[in-house]
Structures are given as C-alpha cells and as structure tokens.
Design a protein around this ligand. Structure first.
Ligand SMILES: Cc1cc2nc3c(=O)[nH]c(=O)nc-3n(C[C@H](O)[C@H](O)[C@H](O)COP(=O)(O)OP(=O)(O)OC[C@H]3O[C@@H](n4cnc5c(N)ncnc54)[C@H](O)[C@@H]3O)c2cc1C
Length: 355
C-alpha cells in the first residue's frame, strides 16, 4: 500500500493528513519544527474558516478565540465601520496550528520531524533521510523548496511584519470585537485581539516601503503612526523594544494551475490570496480537504489542482483588486468613504473574496 506523505504541518497539511488518516490512507506528516511556533499571520479567522474548523472538530470559541463581528477601516483621518456578514474570530497561530497538528496525529497520521531540502518525482530529500511515496502533498506554505519553487516576477513584492502588544484593558476596549484594517501607501496593518487579550498587529507592505524607512521595522511603524492617527493610538501601547517578526517576499496572487510534477499543492502552495482579505487559512483548509478527498477517490493530482485553481480564482482576483486599491492613498480614501456611504458594499466585497 502507498502511504501518502504530507510535507508541512501548518493548517493545510494538518487538515489533509487528518482527513487522509480518517479515510484509512495511513499518511506520514512531516514538519521541520518539533515545537510549534506562532507563525506570522493576521490571526483573523473568517466566518468561513471558523465553519470549516468546526466541521473538523475544532471549535475556535472552545480555544478561547475572540469573537469578531465588525470590520473597521482607517485611511489617514478617515474611518468607517461595517458589520461582518457573520462572526469571525481572533486566534493566535500557535493555538490553531497546535490544535490541528494534534488532531491529525490523534486521528492516525504519523508525525515525523525532518527539514526537506528538495522535492522531485516521488522523493523528498530531508536532512534526516530520503522519503519516498507516489503521493506527495506539498504544504510548506510561504516557504519555497528546491524542485518546486514558485516563480517570482522580481517586482516590488510584499513583506509581512508582526508585533504583539500585550493585553491591556484600554487597548481591549479600543479594538473590541473588530478586525481593523489601517490602510496606508504601499500596505496595510491588520489589528485584532487574540485569545490572551494581546493585540496582534500584522502588516503587509511593499519591500520599497520598508526600504524608505531605512530597512528598520520600528522606523517603519513610527513613520506609519506619524501619518495615521488611528494606528498611532494603538501603537502608543507598544513598548519600543517589542520584537518585530518579519517574513519576506510573499507571492500574492500566485495560483498553481497544474500539478506539473505529480505533487498535490495545498494552502499557500496552491494559491496565495492577498492577506488583506483574511482568507488564507480558509484556502489552506479547503485545499487540504479537497486534495485528501481527491486522493481517497482515486483521482490524480492534476484533476485536483485544476479544479482547485478554478475555485480559488475569483477570491484571489477580488482580493488582489482590493489590495491594489487599498495601497494607494486615493484608493484607500475611496474604500473608506464608500464603506461609510453605501451600507452593504463592504459586506459584498468580503463575501466575494471568500473561497
Ligand atoms: C502578513 C500576513 C498576514 C496574514 N493574515 C491572515 C489572516 O489574518 N487570516 C488568514 O486567514 N490568513 C492570513 N494570512 C495567510 C495565512 O497565513 C496563510 O495562508 C496560511 O498560513 C497558509 O497555511 P499553510 O498550511 O499553507 O502554510 P503555513 O502556515 O506556512 O505552514 C507551513 C508548514 O510547513 C513547514 N515547513 C516549511 N518548510 C518546510 C520544510 N522545508 N520541511 C519541512 N517542513 C517545512 C512549516 O514549519 C509550517 O509548519 C496572512 C499571511 C501573511 C503573509
């Protein structure tokens, strides 16, 4: 019997492994990290992500996730607020990833720790050993690997930055049950409370914007705060020495249309939706489920990949349009004014960017 190998135990890989195990396929789930960290992420679970998680037996509310019912937009001095179509959640990636990995193992996946160096035709070259299987599920997220790297167009790619401001009553009241998007030229900052009451402040910015701040993330945060009063009020609770986590070159908009080398690509390896939409994790879960089902039904990776690319195309396109609009001063102003004047427009944009 072929034992499928799932490489990467983030949300996409863990869900695929969990469902493969439930289907009796005895998967091996490999991750380079024995200890689950707190991945750089906005930490916002859309209502669709929350529903998908509940279907897997993982209830965000039971993990202490903060209920999020409002979207708040800021652009310079402008501000707008809209109800989310349904309640979402704020949850740290450490809590989510630990739970999903644990569920996968509990349902029968065999967890192995190894760092893969390359993937090619049924083989994964790891630091510990070589892994072989006719069914490989590639779920290594933002990271690229030799043999399966995603093309980069060399343009001004986006970077991710994250600071966590420790819990405080005043900051809690300020943010409340909202996911906030602070829009500025060349990027945005998403702000949401997490299960421990801390505020997760996660930015996606063009590389050139960080370069303009001398390459120093704290200088960049200060520069954004100088021009955006709402952002400055939140950052006033951050101590100067809080660590800033960074991740480089996120290929927003990329979609795998073919399974060229016979590998099932999942999560960010299948489609990278601009993070402003807060739908990356829903894509991770949906692709993990679709790929596992496809395999269990005896379909090859090509059918799965083409079908998933079609499913992901609309939300990725809508999210790209919103992201490009939001990162210009005029576009951000238009978005904020439109959200205030036309009730329902923000809800429509949110619905259209869901998988
Ligand atoms: C700035 C930013 C903000 C975001 N905010 C949100 C948000 O608020 N809401 C939302 O839904 N989405 C958000 N996203 C998107 C979301 O983070 C991703 O879509 C999601 O993490 C993809 O899950 P994944 O399982 O594909 O990959 P990952 O979560 O990246 O997991 C990959 C796994 O593979 C392992 N791995 C990597 N390389 C190797 C290797 N060589 N060998 C072995 N193991 C390996 C890693 O250790 C990790 O466990 C955001 C993204 C960014 C960049």
């Amino acid at each position: 019997m072929i034992r499928p190998i799932v490489l990467g135990a983030g949300p996409a890989g863990s869900v695929a492994a969990l469902l493969l195990a439930e289907g009796g396929a005895e998967p091996i789930l490999i991750d380079r990290e024995p200890d689950i960290g707190d991945a750089i992420c906005g930490g916002f679970l859309s209502w669709r992500t929350a529903k998908a998680l509940r279907e897997l037996g993982c209830d965000p509310a039971a993990l202490g996730a903060r209920r999020v019912t409002r979207l708040r937009l800021y652009a310079g001095e402008r501000e707008a607020e809209a109800a989310l179509p349904e309640a979402g959640y704020g949850l740290s990636r450490k809590a989510l990833d630990s739970t999903l990995r644990h569920l996968a193992v509990e349902r029968g996946a065999q967890l192995e720790i190894d760092r893969a160096r390359s993937v090619a035709s049924g083989r994964i070259e790891g630091e510990r050993r070589t892994w072989e299987s006719a069914a490989i599920f590639l779920a290594i997220g933002k990271h690229d690997i030799r043999g399966e790297a995603r093309p980069r167009d060399g343009a001004d790619l986006a970077l991710g930055l994250r600071v966590r401001i420790p819990a405080s009553d005043k900051l809690n009241r300020m943010i409340g049950a909202a996911i906030e998007l602070h829009l500025f030229r060349g990027g945005y900052a998403g702000v949401v409370l997490q299960e421990d009451g801390s505020a997760n402040i996660c930015l996606a910015v063009r590389k050139s914007v960080l370069a303009d701040a001398g390459g120093d993330p704290w200088e960049l945060l200060k520069a954004i705060a100088r021009k955006n009063a709402g952002f400055a009020r939140r950052m006033a609770y951050a101590e100067a020495e809080l660590p800033v986590d960074t991740i480089g070159a996120v290929p927003y908009g990329w979609i795998a249309h073919e399974a060229d080398s016979g590998v099932y690509r999942l999560g960010d390896q299948a489609a990278v939706i601009p993070s402003l939409a807060g739908e990356g994790m829903a894509i991770a879960l949906a692709s993990g489920r679709a790929a596992a089902q496809s395999y269990l039904e005896g379909e090859g990776p090509s059918i799965y990949q083409r079908r998933f690319a079609q499913r992901a195309a609309r939300p990725v396109r809508v999210a790209e349009t919103l992201w490009h609009l939001a990162e210009t001063s005029r576009g951000a102003a238009v978005m904020t004014v439109a959200a205030r004047l036309i009730p329902g427009l923000a809800g429509m944009a949110m619905r259209m960017s869901r998988i």
